[in-house]
Design a protein around this ligand. Structure first.
Ligand code: FES
Length: 105
């Protein structure tokens, strides 16, 4: 599938995201060398993958307790904030658009 990721400089990147590799949004960012650290390895414990979902929000899985909890401690949180590592890449997400949140430290 294709997803659009807007980086912290405001530049949009149209990227390939494979649906058959068990990847999540954080891993897709890293694969394409966007500045997303994924410090906790996708455990919802660092917020370095914090992003704002710009469309298709209703197609995403509900936030887990762990994700809610981490977002409570993150910076610059908005209504459309999510942790990229908690969003698996599925076919339905073709055309997804998101923006990276500012650096979390
Ligand atoms: Fe750490 Fe997503 S990679 S919270």
């Amino acid at each position: 599938i294709k997803i659009t990721i807007i980086d912290r400089e405001g530049e949009a990147h149209l990227l390939d995201a494979p649906t058959d590799m068990n990847m999540n949004l954080m891993e897709v960012c890293k694969m394409h060398e966007l500045p997303v650290e994924g410090t906790c390895g996708g455990m919802a414990m660092c917020a370095s993958c914090h992003c704002y979902i710009l469309n298709k929000e209703n197609l995403l899985p509900e936030k887990s307790y762990e994700e809610e909890d981490m977002l409570d401690q993150a910076f610059f949180v908005e209504d459309n904030s999510r942790l990229g590592c908690q969003i698996p890449i599925t076919k339905e997400l073709d055309g997804l658009e998101l923006k990276l949140a500012p650096q979390q430290s």
